[in-house]
Design a protein. Structure first.
Lengths: 668, 668
């Protein structure tokens, strides 16, 4: 067992972490030494005295979660993980920030064991942590029985001033306080410095009082450089507080021990050889030696690792007994842990014929959610205060709310995120990052996904399977006008790597899009859905939708022109093609609900849809940017929208059969 | 003079506003009646007892500024502006939300007199207001002399819970408190309802305490439905508080007077005929009559209008005397008011030859800023805590800081925005919206412009001439890795209407881009600048840059292939073309710093650059999305980046001469 008091060995360990971080940054000739040096004490205390983890099995379900929200301090995370026994060798530390190393510039999930979420863009980590804490609260309430605390972990965050200035962190803090996430503990590295200088030049709010106003339990540690015991006691108190998330403000010195400690100079560049030597000396290390871990420090960390292994063994014994007593729950845990979907859910997806009544695709989406959310309990989600417009609240859903609130329960799966699009997305990422097969979704008007772009990017980069259910996807929303009508948003999204942008045209395509989105376990999806009604189309099917694009209707003779549309404009293509075909101009209609999936098909297939010699006119109620990839010419919107009833807005932008027909004729 | 006490006539006026708003929404069969009905009392008090404006001259420099941050309450703004005598007729009210009307769904600057900023996307308005208040503080300090208070206006905001949940509002509040913007006054419509229901389901933070923690003066009005005097006294106290921005929490009932008052049902849809009648009756109006303004109410508002006209006259007399005493200052005011740039500044822009030393384009940008910021005092700007990296702090710049802070002065023009990209952009929009010829800029790493997307969209939509100086514009930033390397960002931005996306290749192009950006008075610009050095190119010039794209180098014989690049990849094109030309493959190099400007050139010019029969290979260290518009094939990055030294990352993605040459050969 590790001693719960602190002594010289702890001081040595802290300075070991500092010196490793210094050496990493210096060798890479790039990186951030200041934050690791300042945060070494709190990290050492956290990981040696409180953190529950088994470094030899970083997938242990019951592990505490750690998020380094100030991801630029990555050298700290890597060096302490190396000491703890994660699969990070001394050579990996030496390869910091090098090509294909396990130790990239900022922590990236999937690159390094023990890294739960990708951080670096400020404010994201602390927001992901709210998602991780939500996942824990939800699973504990759903699966724990009696004394079997299968899910029972804390979520720890280290963050700096930068994270606490970003808008997203306030949204995160507000929601975490609202949800009373008592097992979320944030260690705030208050070093008084940001890149431009003293935080006093830009950030003078009373952070502690702000967090209190947001429903947090707040403590302060006066000397975070040396008072390890105070840090430990504060963490202990935070753990004991079960109804509020905790912020511990820990006053530190950036670059502690270096010549320029306490200034922005030590933030974002190597210390340089002279200051490396100076720092080593001041920290009691030999300035001539690099990448040094004193034996007794490694021994201490080995003990921590051992106690983590023991803890997992103990938990596994409990889990085995639980599995005997609750075999169905255990089977469900196993299923979800392995990312397996239940069988048979796809068969329940609705299918339509052209005789079925049309509907808005948001309404058709609602019908699908009513099915899949009841089939797949790993789907959790909600809306940024537009539930009634997004139609995302499925039949029988229970609100996720603090049990004590009387408004719902932690085993609820529907979220009222409030008007907080950015943290909604980051929370989705965080829930997915719990690595328990969750498929989180969030919803708002398509136009406002741009409030969440910072987090959408991380969904794609970190391969989080999350669903953005975005309604009111065009000028078709009408009177709300240009502030609410997306125009550039659809091409914006299509430019992301690893993101499916889907714009289904009818019921079959909505079902097909959900099928693909739910089965794509490493790619996020944006579903763009109409406010207004669309007809059920002749020629659509779930199976064709799964190809991303397909021939919806074919003229009797070889086509002379192709009309390609997405979503609500596919029926406009159909209507226009009818006119053209009647006039003797053989016209094919292609529906292209998802470019990214279409592009994954064989060249042969793609050329069968768009043969090289036939001109193509694209029709989409969005910016035409990007369509030149498939189309010879485009009908679209290369300006912002206007406020008027939808039909008039469509007419204003020439998205009516007469104009489409005319443009198509010009291509002949 | 208007009576400073409140009586029946005021109650009647309040209900007139409510009924007008009800009728507008009902006639449009679309819109939001609840907020106007709840906010009518505070609006009436504000505009009849406090607001300084001349409705017959909405351009009066000294007017108070009003921002309806909950823009969905637009019917409120239009109806009260109609009463006040702005150029909004009763017919305009009847045309609410109709095609080409002056009364669009959400307030749009340029569409309606008296609308200072476009609102609707929540949180933007309150953030723009911080910019408006900054502009006032800056101009007052810069131009006022002795008793001549030429600039001396308040900025008033009405906002609801929605605005106060968005991340951007916290950033705005934090910075407004920091800057001690005593003349910013926010009326918070606390009606306890959001779209999903009671705010208690999602928003339980203590808003008043939160604002106090952020350095605000906070008051509360218990009964905002009826207690007009209390509202007025609170506004009076807020005006008297000069060192802190003010929040007045005004408790109201959404849809006050209607059947479903106090519920989310009255938020976003017409009341319906039955409830319109019910509401009219409960508000003391004839349910059979529509769009009614009682004579005595109009009389009261006419008096307000008259007193506004008188106030402007008085101010004009003062301004005339000031002009005599301070002719130079007055001349400068006139120049800036008329959006005129000083003459001769362009000639000072640096020009380069290929023999000059290369440099990072961020460094070349710094050199330009050192010139233009000293030439043009209307340029104000700063960085979201990356001043030293963005290189935006020009020589001799003074920090904009509260005079009392000792850190700078209100007449300073450099902003340390903190790590707050979103509000930085919204503040830029707000400063520009002061309509005094300001050219605000903001800066961060290009990748993090996506934190600000919500406000960037409004820069473009509202035609705000603002400059986004975005550095570290590609994988060229190297070790910081994929979280910091923009890939999709450049095409993202290119999809916006009315936004120049510029990626200069060398010194001449940097100068040319700034020239174009500064002269484009209704279009925002994003400057994408390198972290790494680039050579000065043979064949570049400021004048060619002004065409958006041009032939940089031409082979001796008719070109067989064209290499087109932007920014740092233009020199890669040059290098590759050299190899190709040496191998006998005549290769043209085109530099395309700004697609939007290039697309504005004549078809003839564009075809002279890209003749139809010559294949084009694009080379850009970004997603290739969109390049099919010009290029036959593309070298780019259709994945996220990697953490490694820049040269290795370039190699990883095939952005090296060998690969470019190989791809170019395939096009022959």
């Amino acid at each position: 067992m590790v001693n719960q008091t602190f002594g010289d060995i702890d001081k040595l360990a802290v300075n070991t972490i500092r010196c490793l971080s210094i050496d990493m940054v210096q060798k890479a000739n790039s990186g951030h030494p200041g934050a690791p040096m300042g945060c070494a004490p709190m990290s050492h205390v956290l990981f040696t005295r409180h953190f529950k983890a088994n470094p030899t099995d970083s997938n242990w379900l019951a592990r505490d979660r750690f998020v380094l929200s100030n991801g630029h301090a990555s050298a700290l995370q890597y060096s302490i993980y190396h000491l703890l026994g994660y699969n990070i060798s001394m050579q990996d530390l030496k390869d910091f920030r090098q090509y294909k190393s396990k130790t990239p510039g900022h922590p990236e999930v999937g690159m390094t064991e023990g890294v739960e979420v990708t951080t670096g863009p400020l404010g994201q980590g602390i927001s992901n942590a709210v998602g991780l804490a939500i996942a824990e609260a939800h699973l504990a309430k759903t699966f724990n029985r009696g004394d079997y605390k299968i899910f029972d972990n804390y979520t720890y965050v280290i963050c700096g001033d930068g994270c606490l200035e970003e808008g997203i962190n306030y949204e995160a803090a507000s929601l975490a306080g609202h949800y009373k996430l008592g097992k979320l503990i944030v260690l705030y590295d208050a070093n008084g410095i940001q890149i431009d200088g003293d935080v006093e030049i830009a950030f003078t709010e009373n952070v502690c009082k702000r967090f209190e106003a947001q429903g947090w339990h707040v403590q302060e540690v006066a000397d975070g450089n040396n008072d390890l015991e105070a840090i430990s006691k504060a963490i202990e108190a935070a753990k004991a507080e079960t109804t509020k998330p905790s912020l511990i403000r820990i006053n530190t010195t950036i670059g502690y021990g270096s010549q320029n400690q306490g200034t922005e100079k030590v933030h974002g560049a190597p210390l340089g050889n002279a200051d490396v030597a100076f720092s080593k000396k001041s920290l009691g290390f030999n300035p001539e030696e690099f990448f040094v871990v004193p034996e007794e420090v490694q021994k201490l960390y080995n003990d921590i690792c051992q106690s983590g292994m023991d803890a997992q063994k103990e938990w596994t014994r409990m889990y085995e007994k639980y599995s005997e007593e609750y075999p169905e729950l255990a089977a469900e845990i196993e299923r979800r842990k392995q990312n397996k979907l239940k069988e048979g859910w796809e068969e329940k997806l609705p299918r339509f014929t052209a005789n079925d009544a049309g509907a808005a695709t948001r309404k058709l989406s609602h019908d699908v959610l009513n099915i899949v959310c009841n089939e797949l309990p790993e789907i959790v989600g909600g809306s940024a205060d537009l539930s009634g417009s997004n139609l995302t609240q499925w039949k029988g859903s229970v609100d996720f709310q603090a049990d004590a609130s009387g408004l719902g329960s932690y085993d609820g799966r529907y979220f009222h995120f409030g008007v907080r699009e950015h943290v909604m997305a980051a929370i989705m990422n965080g829930i997915h990052a719990y690595r328990f097969g969750f498929i989180p979704f969030g919803s708002t008007f398509l136009n406002f996904i741009n409030y969440a772009s910072g987090a959408v990017r991380l969904s794609a980069l970190s391969k989080h399977q999350v669903l953005y259910i975005m309604t009111h996807d065009s000028i078709g929303l009408g009177e709300d006008g240009p502030t609410h009508q997306p125009v550039e948003i659809i091409p914006n999204l299509r430019a992301y790597p690893n993101l499916f942008v889907m714009r289904p045209a009818d019921g079959n395509e909505v079902s097909g899009c959900y099928m693909k989105a739910i089965k794509s376990r490493t790619t996020p999806t944006v579903l763009c859905l109409t406010r207004q009604g669309v007809p059920q189309l002749e020629g659509s099917s779930i199976e064709k939708t799964l190809k991303g694009g397909y021939i919806l209707s074919e003229p009797e003779t070889t086509p002379k022109v192709i009309l390609v549309g997405t979503g609500s404009e596919v029926s406009l293509c159909v209507e226009s093609a009818k006119i053209l075909n009647n006039e003797g101009i053989a016209t094919r209609v292609v529906s292209l609900p998802c470019w990214e999936i279409f592009d994954e098909q064989s060249e042969e297939y793609r050329e069968s849809v768009f043969p090289k010699n036939i001109p193509v006119l694209s029709v989409e109620a969005a910016s035409t940017f990007g369509w030149s990839k498939y189309a010879t010419a485009s009908c679209g919107i290369d300006d912002f929208g206007v406020s008027a009833p939808a039909s008039q807005v469509y007419k204003h932008f020439g998205l009516v059969p007469e104009v489409v027909v005319e443009k198509a004729k010009k291509l002949l």
